[in-house]
Each structure stands twice: as C-alpha cells, then as structure tokens.
Write a protein that binds this ligand. Structure first.
Ligand code: PMP
Length: 416
C-alpha cells in the first residue's frame, strides 16, 4: 500500500482516544502536560502491555520449556503464543524463524558472530550504508577484525538518501553480506529495502534489514521483502525493553552454528560434545525474558487493533505538519529531507546547541532527544556535532507539534 492509499484511513485516526491507553501520557512534567516526542529512542507502553507483563508475574510465573508442572506449561504457552504473534505480524513462514533476543543490537551481533564468522574470510566484504545506527556498524567492524573481512559503505547524499548507484557499484564479487536500516533513526529516511534486497539477491548476497525504526511505523512483510534476516526491538514497538526479535530464513538459520551456549539450546550434552536443539531454540541459550516476550505479544495485538496501515498514514500526515511548522522557525535547518521519510524530525538551529534546545524544550514538558543518536557518521557527513530530534508515535497529536514549535520559537527569541 502506498501513502496515497493510506490517506483514506487517516481522517478519523483516534490519536486522542489512544492517548488514554498510555498511563504515562497522563502525567505532567515540570508543570506541563507531557508532549512525548522521543519515540525513536523508546515508545511509551499501553496499559494492555503493562497488564500482560504483570499478569504473567501474578498468575503464571515459572520457567518455560523444561517444566512438567501446570504453571510452567501455562508460561510456555504464553511465551510461544507471543512468538506466533510476532510471526503473524511480520508474516514469517513459521515460528521456527522467530528468534527472541534482547533487541536489535543483539540480533545483529548474533548474525555477525554466527553467520558472519562461519561464512566470511579475509578480503570478503560486508556492505552497509552511510546512515546506519552504530549497532549496524560496530558488530561488522568487530567481525572484520576477527575474520579479515572488509566493511564497505554506500554513502548518502545531502537529503540523507542512500546513493543507490554507489550501493549497486559496491555490490561486488567479494560481497558476502548486505546490512541496511529499513528506516534511519537519525534522519527518518526510509531505505528502498526491497530494491536493495533484489540487487543483492541478483548477485547471490544475503541481506539483513535493521527494522528497529520501521516495525512500529510501517507494515513489514518479510516474505514480500524477501530479506534473509530482519531485526527489531520490542521497546520501540510499545513493548517492554530487553526483548527483541531476529527473523531469519530457515535455511540460513539451520546452517548457522549456535552463538551462545547454555541451557535450552542443546539436544544432548556430554563431555565428548553436544548437539543442538531445533530452531529457534538453538539460538536461545538460557532463560529468556519471558514476561518481555508476552508483553511484546500484547503490544503487537494492540498495534494490530489500531492497524499498522492507519498508523503509517497518520504519522505521515503528522510528519508533514511538523515539517511545515519547523521550517518556519528562523535559523532552523532540517537534517534529513529524503523524499521517502518516516516520522522523524531531526534539526539544528543556528547559534544554539542541540542539548541547550533540548533543555529549553524539557522545561516546557516537551521531550525530544539531542545528540548524535548513535549515528556519528551521519553527524560527520552533515558537519554537525549533534541534532535535536523529535520522533513520532501513534499517540502524538498536532498539539504536541504545536507545543514543540512554540517552545522552539521561544528558545530562538531567548538565545539568538
Ligand atoms: N538500529 C536503529 C535504526 C535504531 O534506531 C536502534 C535504536 N536507537 C537500534 C538499531 C538499536 O536498538 P536497541 O538499542 O533496542 O538494540
């Protein structure tokens, strides 16, 4: 579905009603109603997610998979039901392809250390882009140090769009893996991941997509995308921290060695050697974040009730509205003006440091982020030490953006 079709949905998007589902949004901060615009860092949690986690601890807390007693059975069912929720949400073929991890960072490290170490050698290349988050850069740098592989980077242009001709050119004889963000957390750019995957696959190269900033904002269908790995974090999707997902195509996961060893990931253990459990358990050593997985399942149910297409359309409209407001502020420069963008407004203001801006906004109850957003190469490209970033979620309203703009006008008057 494209944005024009989304438009049909957005007129009656019930953001104001949905706000009531999020207890924290009822708080006041520094004497003002909270305008929470730091959703790319983490989203707030609806009551349904909070309840699902606490109900687990109140009613069925037990360790999973190994227990023979009733509580363990119930906990296992709830945990595995959450896996099915995830499978359905991203349209994976089977739950064996859904590995629970701590978050996007852990998912990418898992692929680097398991797939990467098994398949890459000296001179082999990993291709990423110039807009990646540190967690889609550093694991590959570590892998390069360990294997002698080489990291290649397809640069961005002044709008924050990946230079596709360069991406295509860098896909070479030695490319063994492509790892790209679906959506940039620092710029909002939506990468043409489908096109990137097709280009890589035409050369037999597997692709990992970092979906940390995508899953809560745009429908994701891993089969339609054709990606080999897809990583995301629960906490950016209205779910608890400490839980995330690595989707991997079965054939790849089957062939990969385990990453961490321990309980649950084995079939047999003896001092002569061990054998591995079936997927996805082969990659889930130790007791997992059971309550977190259950909370993630509840968050996905919540998202599905609201409708991901509706959220995408609504946030796109808010993004347009926010962009119009911000571009009227004297001395403000948007960082990230790609044509295809998700709900991220990154900007700098002449003569004002991003951190000072953040502090002034905070005094008005407007929560944004200031810094390098774990994307130092992006900051370097744009020649700024930091940006201020407002990032949207389904409960944000035009009023939140009005308050952001108002506070920015005040800051500019005060300091410039
Ligand atoms: N990739 C992107 C694009 C992100 O925005 C983030 C979080 N800011 C991550 C990866 C890392 O996610 P986490 O810290 O939840 O592992």
């Amino acid at each position: 579905m494209n944005i024009a079709t989304y438009a049909a949905h957005r007129q009656d998007f019930p953001a104001a009603r949905l706000r009531a589902d999020f207890p924290i949004l009822q708080r006041s901060v520094r004497g003002h109603p909270l305008a929470y615009l730091d959703n790319a860092a983490t989203t707030q949690k609806p009551q349904a997610v909070i309840d699902s986690e606490s109900a687990y601890y109140r009613e069925i807390n037990a360790n999973i998979h190994r227990g023979v007693h009733w509580l363990s059975e119930q906990a296992t069912l709830a945990h595995e039901n959450a896996r099915e929720r995830v499978r359905e949400f991203i349209n994976a073929r089977e739950t064996a392809e859904i590995v629970f991890v701590r978050g996007t960072t852990e998912a990418i490290n898992l692929v680097a250390q398991s797939y990467g170490r098994a398949n890459l050698g000296p001179g082999d290349e990993i291709l990423i882009t110039g807009l990646e988050h540190h967690s889609n850069i550093v694991p590959w740098q570590l892998l390069c140090q360990q294997t002698g592989a080489v990291l290649k980077v397809a640069e961005i242009d002044d709008t924050g769009t990946v230079r596709m001709e360069q991406f295509e050119r860098l896909l070479g004889e030695r490319t063994r893996l492509v790892a790209v963000a679906h959506v940039s957390n620092a710029l909002g750019t939506i990468n043409p991941v489908r096109e990137m995957i097709d280009l890589a696959h035409a050369r037999g190269v597997p692709v990992l997509v970092d979906g940390a900033q995508a899953v809560a904002h745009t429908p994701v269908d891993v089969q339609a995308l054709g990606c080999d790995f897809y990583a995301f974090s629960g906490h950016k999707l209205y779910a608890p921290t400490g839980i995330g997902v690595l989707y991997g195509r079965r054939a790849l996961l089957e062939a990969m060695p385990p990453w961490q060893g321990g309980g649950d990931m084995i079939r047999t253990v003896s001092f002569q050697g061990s054998t591995w459990n079936d997927l996805p358990h082969k990659f889930e050593a130790g007791t997992p974040h059971i309550a977190g997985a259950i909370g993630l399942g509840a968050a996905i149910t919540y998202m599905q009730q609201v409708g991901v297409h509706n959220v995408a359309a609504y946030e796109h409209e808010l993004l347009d509205y926010g962009t119009q407001l911000l571009t009227q502020i004297p001395g403000l420069r948007m960082i990230g003006t790609a044509q295809n963008k998700a709900g991220i407004l990154s900007f700098v203001v002449d003569g004002l440091h991003a951190h000072d801006l953040g502090t002034v906004l905070d005094s008005q109850g407007v929560a944004i982020r200031a810094g390098h957003h774990c994307a130092m190469p992006v900051m370097e490209y744009f020649g700024v030490p930091a940006t201020a970033r407002a990032s949207l979620a389904l409960y944000n309203t035009r009023e939140d953006l009005d308050r952001l703009a108002q506070a920015l006008h005040q800051a500019v008057e005060m300091f410039c």
